[in-house]
Design a protein around this ligand. Structure first.
Ligand code: ISJ
Length: 137
């Protein structure tokens, strides 16, 4: 992929010890891989939640499911504790993502989604739950 990402770009001054700089760049290369993974993982999660959004809109279900969210948050907090990640941060992060998902679901149901909405194969209603006009007859 062509982009202008320079992994050695830094605002740290010229006077950083070269050995320290070398170690820093090695660690940063790992951070860059993690960041790329995060983007791919998030893209796959949004792809899945987009399908949920279409399914909900087709069946006139509400965009949010607070009971499911509480279970997910409690589970993620437990996982975070086991992984020595701050559970408060894990909760904040998941809540941030879920809020965005719910916004997408609302937009799908309103028909204002900027994302291409691919109807499920065999769906007999459009995404707003209105019956399809059958144009095949
Ligand atoms: C994805 C769903 O819709 C919403 C978004 C959720 C999420 O991003 O995990 C969870 C619950 C819902 O509020 C769902 O109901 O499963």
């Amino acid at each position: 992929m062509m982009d202008s990402f320079d992994p050695s770009a830094s605002s740290l001054g010229e006077d950083v010890d070269p050995a320290v700089m070398h170690e820093l760049l090695q660690i940063r290369s790992s951070i860059d891989n993690f960041d790329a993974t995060l983007v791919y993982v998030l893209a796959e999660r949004f792809r899945a939640t987009q399908r949920v959004g279409v399914l909900k809109a087709e069946h006139r279900l509400p965009p949010a499911d607070p009971t499911r969210e509480s279970m997910q948050i409690a589970r993620l907090r437990r996982l975070a504790e086991e992984a020595h990640l701050d559970p408060a941060f894990a909760e904040k992060f998941l809540t941030f993502i879920i809020e965005e998902v719910i916004r997408h679901h609302q937009a799908i149901s309103d028909g204002t989604s900027p994302l291409p909405v691919i109807p499920r194969p065999g769906a007999t209603t459009d995404v707003r739950g209105t019956a399809d006009a059958d144009t095949r007859a």
